[in-house]
Design a protein around this ligand. Structure first.
Ligand code: CAA
Length: 258
């Protein structure tokens, strides 16, 4: 299913995979790659056969950040008129769960891309970081916001000020990632998890994702109003009837995603 230049997409059962595919430059994210990632995500989001999206990188790294060659000579007006972060905003609107499987470097824009995933698994060799400060810039695709919301001001400031790399072990300790695996097992374990996730009631997963994301930038009161409506909404799904009926009948539920 590949009409893309900088990514490769594949499907395996209910799992749709997007692999960053520019390994010669450690998958440096150029504008077209970001737009392809978003297009592929939206495609999977609309595809009834797909329940989980996996994002990873081909070659030696997840990705070494935004393409420095592409932006080195840009002016502020070039960037304003390009409005490239609009594509990133669309990533935040994907409804299906996204699992990032990170090995090697996830730096700068690639760390920001990882932070857009709902779950993150990492190889023991994974290294995260925001080296933008060393280039005389700063993150522009959500890094200062998402990292701070995730780990708090203390470590966010330290990591953003120094550009220091965060090991997989530290990332696990600070709750940036869900789990680490050996490099050899990363993809196998990610797919195992994804397959389990694909069996969960899809509308539940969808509304849980939406509600958790709501918690990040709304007050607890607003968030709870939203949660409650989503809870009520689930009672209009066939899967809620089936899930509760199966419990009462002491059998496994058959979820259809409706
Ligand atoms: N952009 C463009 N090309 C890149 C790149 C990037 N971000 N990262 C790596 N490459 C290229 C290198 O230029 C090199 O190309 P050549 O073989 O043609 O010389 C190739 O990928 C392999 O890289 P290295 O030889 O440097 O590999 P290494 O193992 O010695 O070092 C590294 C790896 C430490 C990640 C190093 O490549 C590096 O520091 N990369 C830049 C990391 C960075 O600063 N990222 C942040 C970008 S800014 C950003 O992301 C802004 C934002 O928020 C949107």
């Amino acid at each position: 299913s590949n009409s893309f230049e900088f990514i490769e997409t594949t499907t395996q059962g209910a799992i749709g995979t997007i692999e960053l595919n520019r390994p010669k430059v450690l998958n440096a994210l150029n504008t077209k790659m970001i737009s392809e990632i978003v297009q592929a995500m939206e495609g999977f989001d609309k595809d009834d056969n797909i329940r989980v999206i996996v994002l990873s990188g081909k070659g030696r790294a997840f990705a070494a950040g935004a393409d420095i060659d592409e932006m080195a000579n840009a002016s502020a007006m070039d960037l304003e008129l390009l409005n490239q972060f609009v594509d990133w905003d669309r990533l935040a609107l994907i409804k299906k769960p996204i699992i990032g499987a990170v090995h090697g470097f996830a730096l700068g824009g690639a760390f920001e891309l990882a932070l857009c995933c709902d779950l993150l698994f990492a190889a023991e060799d994974a290294e995260f970081g925001f080296p933008e400060v060393n280039l005389g810039v700063m993150p522009g695709a959500g890094g200062t916001q998402r990292l701070t919301k995730l780990v708090g001001k203390t470590k966010a400031m330290e990591w953003l000020f120094t550009g220091k790399r965060i090991t997989a072990k530290e990332a696990l300790h600070y709750g940036i990632i869900n789990q680490t695996f050996s490099k050899e097992l990363l993809f196998e374990e990610t797919y195992k998890f994804a397959e389990q996730l694909a069996k969960q009631a899809p509308i539940s997963i969808r509304l849980i994702k939406e509600s958790v994301l709501k918690a990040i930038d709304h007050s607890i009161y607003e968030g709870m109003q939203f949660e409650r409506k989503n809870f009520y909404l689930l009672f209009s799904s066939e899967d809620q009837k089936e899930g509760m009926k199966a419990f009462i009948e002491k059998r496994q539920p058959q979820f259809k995603g409706k």
